[in-house]
Design a protein around this ligand. Sequence first.
Ligand code: SF4
Ligand code: SF4
Length: 789
Amino acid sequence: MTQATPIKIWDIPGGIHPPENKHQSTANGLEVAPLPARLILPLQQHIGARAEPVVSVGDRVLKGQLLAEANGLVSCPLHAPTSGTVSAIGPAPYPHASGLEEWAITLESDGQDEWTDLEPISDFRALESAPLLEMIRLAGISGLGGAGFPTAVKINARPEQKIHSLIINGTECEPYITADDTAMRYKATEIVAGIEILRHILHPEEVLVGIEDNKSEAIAAMREAVGERDIRIVPFPTKYPSGGEKQLIQILTGKEVPSGGLPADIGMVCQNIGTLLAIHDAIILGQPLIKRITTLTGEALTHPTNVEALIGTPIRDLLEFAGLQPDRLYRLVMGGPMMGFTLQSMDAPVIKTSNCLLAGTLEELPPPPVAQPCIRCGLCSEACPAMLLPQQLHWFALGKEYDQLKRLNLFDCIECGCCSYVCPSSIPLVQYYRASKSEIRALELQQHKAEHSKQRFEQRQQRLQREAEQKEADRKARADKAARMKAAKEAGTASPDTPAPAEPDVARVTAQKPAGLNAEQKQLKIAAATAQMALKKAQKQVAANPDNAELKAQVPVLEQAWREAQQRFDASLGEASVKATPAPSAGADDETKRLKIEAAMLRASLKKAERAAGDTPTEEQEKEIYALREQVAVAEARLPKETAAKKPVDENLKKAKLDAAMAKAALKKAERAQADNMDDPALQEEVERCRDVLTEALHTLEQAEANTSQPVPERERVDKKPIDEATRQRKTELAMAKAAYKKAEQSLKQAQEANADTGAAQAELDRTKEALNTAAKALAEHMASKETD
Ligand code: SF4
Ligand code: SF4
């Protein structure tokens, strides 16, 4: 018998021996809590995704009926603990240190406690592992020891993880809590049945049940229930926190689970006593997880005990059952004094992980003393079962140096509280570690999201770039194709004499055709296609009836008809192409156009200036006209040769025109100067010289106009008619009279503006006016006499 063979017990580092206070709740055995009138069933009672309700408000449900289904692999379904009616689905009180509410299904009990149909398994050994695992999953079982990890996931090891040791955790090292102890005392048979089911699923080489030696009755009960089975009941010395999963494995096997690893990594699976009971109920009785054993203890209770309570039972109901003395209650804790948390409300329900309710008095759970500065005593390090450095962890937690905390393996901390317990400075070390873990998890989640967003952004950028490159490639391909088609079209239309191909070539015709066919071309195309179809049809018929001479004779006729139709169509395309070809003159480039426009604009400006100047231009107007003429000449000289060829420019004529214009302007200038100084002989001489120059220039211009092929405007000829000496004399006198009159006008105006005597100025104006009239009359008479001659 294996029980007789002693097994080596290993020790763990650190640990403490706090007052156990377990006896208070073991005196009354295991009781069944009364059926509550209302149950609150949170959808999140496990690690993983929140369950999804499958019932609605107002639905009547039976005991054991599914209320919410698992939402993913790491999730757990939820079942009705009794029969009744769903009265609410929404936020409800939840047992958490924050006091925050959680979504829950509220069930009003009908008092009948009516079961739904159950499907118990009489012989689980007849089933494979998979259906048993599925039954455990559907029963909504999660670890009842505290963490609440879905059991079906935990025991479904990966293929490479050969499980050789099944470890049953009957340690229950936390003070006050006796739920597992009570279960082992009163439900050892069911627990052992649960072990057998797990053993059937996992096929381990050994099964070890670790129980602290302060639970002698439980050890005895388990040994009796195990009997001759190959299951090792292993008592070991009591020390807190031996019940930690990694610590228990180390105690029973001497092996350490690696930092950040799982027991399965070293071939082990560890299960809690309460979980084994739930597995038994699920397989043997067919019942889902709807109840659990919970310790009700604390000096504020007159009847501390262990109860089998329905999941969802309000804590207030259970405490009243245990004889709560509200006036004595100082602090209500869910769990034990080392790892539990203070409840904010008694309205919260018992959930799957609720192993203990500790209703402590002030004397029992006094407020912690005020924390003092660390004295570096090192006691915390000595007490740590995970061999961490609590003092340094505390230091880095204060400074929020998360990298240092991770370097010091903060996440190996099991939050046992040993360090806080021994700290002489009463520093709440565990609270710092919990807070730091939460912050690090939040940061990592944030970083993960940011990284995910970054990846999505980069992928989007890459996709956009790929699309842009593809678009560019498509565009280039289209451009190349268009260029090829254009080249092919030009090649086809540029040579009207290109011989027709010997064989039908639809692609060639298509390539040759202009962008759009006119009505005649369309008809010719249809005719060619029809002729081709008739030819092909005849060829097929001849192939099918090679002896038919009449059909054979049709083929050459049809072929000729097709060739002629095709040639007519091709010819029409060629004509269209020629028609569509732009005339060379129309193909003047942009530069030529620009020059033409520039020259035209200058010419227009010149004409405008000439009109504005009239017959008696001012000096400024003459300058402007002279400059514009030069610009026009330059602009016209810049025009391309072919344009010049159309309208050849006679350089001699051009020069003669310019010389004449310049001579004319010089004479006018000299005449104006003489008008201001009529008595100046030098000015008179200059006027005479300019007249001679102008006469010579006009003569040269006449000769140039006679020699050029360009038509000469009539007006030009009249203007350029040589002037006789008498006419010139009278014109000069008229101009001088005009100038004198203008000068007298100016003098009178100045006298009037100066309020001076205007008599002399007015007299001078009258005199010059009369002289002007005389000169004008003389010129008119002279011209009249010339016409008469
Ligand atoms: S036990 Fe407390 S006082 Fe001592 S070293 Fe650790 S943190 Fe500091
Ligand atoms: S709470 Fe963490 S650091 Fe403190 S003794 Fe326990 S395992 Fe070590």
